[in-house]
Write a new protein. Structure first.
Length: 288
């Protein structure tokens, strides 16, 4: 079964660099169209498979596995590697592969109640945000999980929060889960782990970590944050951290849930993308 799966992934990897448009699957087409739109090219693609679970019942079997995509991207004279992890399931009947699909996850599984605004206090909470440390953390943990923090099935905002904290952003509001931004003693605020709550915290914080909302992605720097409302319905579903800029000055991001590294910021290659998508671009204030 694993040999069949490896053959499938090898064939799919070849599609990303194929010149035959009639062979393209939807996911491949989204990726290639995004590259073409920004003047980039996928020079090489490899996909590695790691089986994490197996369930067999009579003549049927299901393999749960992680597909590790590595894309060598050429953008002008520059080249870099983008990486992405997909959790997938493959179904077999009488030993033959009959179906393979991505395991979908959304932030809709997590509650996002109304936040309580923290009022400024006389005692100033000062901090210095070290962007290099935040990015270093994002690079170390983009495809793994720091045991010092909780882990969620929908882990994007938890991951970005950890990156900001590693950069020196101060926690506030403990132990009120609807207030501030914190993770302590096996508990956490909604803003720490829920994308929609995080977006509103970044918009309104006047104590501790503070941001400036900017109008376009090229205004962001490494260590800044992008929030995503895929459906355009006002509920934000996803969070990423900027780790680099491409040759046009556009952000490349790291993220969890679908673990990604050096991914183009717009997520137009994502299965969650819709034409109604809305973004929020937050520049972290470096010193308070």
């Amino acid at each position: 079964m694993k040999k069949q799966l490896q053959h499938l992934l090898k064939t799919q990897a070849q599609l990303f660099v194929s010149t035959r448009d009639d062979m393209m699957e939807e996911a491949v087409e989204r990726k290639r169209q995004l590259c073409e739109k920004r003047g980039a090219e996928i020079v090489r693609c490899t996909i590695h498979c790691q089986v994490v679970g197996k369930h067999v019942m009579e003549n049927e079997a299901r393999l749960s596995y992680c597909a590790h995509y590595q894309f060598l991207i050429k953008h002008g004279r520059e080249m870099y590697v983008e990486e992405q992890i997909e959790e997938r399931q493959a179904y077999f009947l009488d030993g033959e592969l009959v179906k393979d699909e991505k395991v979908s996850k959304t932030d809709g599984e997590m509650d996002s109640p109304r936040l309580e605004r923290e009022m400024p206090v006389d005692e100033r909470i000062s901090y210095e945000y070290n962007r290099a440390k935040a990015v270093r953390y994002a690079e170390i943990w983009w495809n793994s999980y720091n045991p010092a923090f909780p882990k969620f099935d929908v882990d994007c905002t938890n991951f970005v929060s950890q990156c900001l904290y590693a950069g020196g952003a101060p926690m506030t509001g403990y132990p009120n889960r609807a207030k501030g931004w914190w993770c302590k003693n096996n508990s956490w605020s909604y803003s720490w782990a829920v994308a929609h709550s995080f977006r509103w915290y970044l918009s309104g914080s006047r104590v501790g970590l503070q941001t400036v909302e900017v109008s376009s992605p090229e205004q962001l720097m490494a260590g800044d944050v992008i929030c995503y409302d895929f459906q355009g319905n006002g509920r934000f579903d996803h969070s990423t951290i900027v780790v680099a800029k491409d040759k046009d000055g556009m952000p490349l991001v790291n993220a969890h849930t679908t673990n990604s590294r050096m991914r183009y910021w717009s997520y137009e290659d994502s299965s969650a993308y819709t034409p109604n998508i809305r973004y929020k671009f937050f520049h972290i204030i470096d010193r308070k």
